[in-house]
Ligand binder design. Structure first.
Ligand code: NAD
Ligand code: UDP
Ligand code: UDP
Length: 331
């Protein structure tokens, strides 16, 4: 990797004011890098990076990655994209543009600068998988025209672009398929399941299980995920991925709800709401490749990760409760 600015690496993080991006920036700054954070603040929040104001090695730029970006950096982490179903379905055309045009612009930047580039891909590229757990070699089962397609197909097209730029322009690309990751700095109204359940439990509201709660997910704590991303970026140019990053411990959504409720110990009831269309029934990463290539596996169990996330939300949850309950059925 070239050393562009005064012997220090200058690193671009798109989506840096979001949940994962802000944790990544903390780790990059802690190891001595300079960081340029680019974000349009669609789902990100300046409060995630407020603590960095005044740090001479940190810079924030409000910018939409759908538009070209001309900056000088030594490495690029492309995380810009809404990740929660309610947010990426709010403006689906913009979601596809962010994934596809954003990838093209960031790859064009990497090509001009001849620098490595990381892509935050997703387990959603597997859709509603018919193979379980999911290895990287599985091509997936994705609906191309449904409400989740803007995200799933956008991310799949971004992967295509990363591998075509790699083959056509010899760019050092790194693609990680991230499975459900949670932790402090998720937005209270993010809409994803872990933050929803914790915020509902802390407010004493009904905990909304979509469907019968038998669908599964595997939850990775954010610190584990960031460690894997950094390790992937530090591999040689021959390692491209796609590589699954996630925690292989699988839980049903009902188990998660019960665990959160037992930890928060409030008056909330478990209620059901209709399962959203195309909601994957099961998801669990095969992390054999991450173990072998990155010498990585997650360390934080759900029990501990939830405690740390609940402690965070106890501090931030206020009166601005999102209205969540509709069509409920107490169970
Ligand atoms: P997040 O919504 O907290 O962060 C996304 C960030 O991207 C936000 O700060 C948002 O404002 C920014 N953004 C969105 N569109 C943009 C645009 N056009 N230009 C510039 N910035 C834009 O979500 P997150 O969980 O931190 O996810 C980060 C990345 O990781 C995303 O690419 C997501 O698809 C991927 N990912 C996350 C998970 C997970 O479980 N957290 C799982 C799979 C993939
Ligand atoms: N791009 C960018 N910053 C750069 C270089 C390129 O945003 O420093 C954008 C550029 O505007 C283009 C895209 O990246 O739309 C793809 O660039 P590439 O060089 O691959 O394609 P071309 O410019 O030849 O269409
Ligand atoms: N879910 C739920 N209640 C909620 C939010 C989500 O039961 O309040 C379910 C959702 O239907 C899905 C799972 O939890 O089956 C994970 O949803 P999330 O939006 O966190 O991520 P994704 O579906 O993208 O994995």
């Amino acid at each position: 990797m070239s050393q562009r600015s005064y012997g220090r690496r200058r690193v671009l993080v798109t989506g840096g004011a979001g949940f994962l991006g802000s944790h990544l920036i903390d780790r990059l700054l802690a190891r001595g890098d300079e960081v340029l954070c680019v974000d349009n603040l669609f789902t990100g929040d300046k409060s995630n990076i407020d603590h960095l104001a005044g740090n001479p090695r940190f810079e924030f730029m409000r910018h939409d990655v759908c538009f070209p970006l001309f900056v000088e950096v030594d490495a690029i982490f492309n995380l810009a994209c809404p990740a929660s179903p309610i947010h990426y379905q709010h403006d689906p055309v913009q979601t596809t543009k962010t994934s596809v045009h954003g990838a093209i612009n960031m790859l064009g930047l990497a090509k001009r600068l001849k620098v490595p580039i990381f892509q935050a891909s997703t387990s959603e590229v597997y859709g509603d998988p018919s193979i379980h757990p999911q290895p990287e070699a599985y091509w997936g089962n994705v609906n191309p025209i449904g409400p989740r397609s803007c995200y799933d197909e956008g991310k799949r097209c971004a992967e295509t672009l990363f591998f075509d730029y790699r083959r056509q322009h010899a760019i050092n690309t790194k693609v990680a398929r991230i499975f459900n990751t949670y932790g402090p700095r998720m937005h209270a109204s993010d809409g994803r399941v872990v933050s929803n359940f914790i915020v509902q439990a802390l407010r004493g509201e009904d905990i909304t299980i979509f469907g019968d709660g038998s669908q599964t997910r595997s939850f990775c704590f954010c610190d584990d995920l960031i460690e894997a991303i950094l390790r992937l970026m530090d591999t040689g140019p021959d390692v491209s991925g796609p590589i699954n990053i996630g925690n292989p411990c699988e839980f049903t959504i009902r188990e998660l709800a019960e665990l959160v409720l037992s930890k928060v110990d409030g008056p909330s009831r478990l209620v059901t709401q209709p399962l959203p269309q195309d909601d994957p029934l099961q998801r669990k990463p095969d992390i054999t490749q991450a173990r072998q290539l990155l010498d990585w596996e997650p360390k934080v169990e759900l029990d501990e990760g939830l405690d740390r996330t609940i402690a965070y939300f106890r501090k931030v949850v206020g009166e601005d409760a999102p209205a969540m309950a509709q069509e409920v059925c107490v169970v």
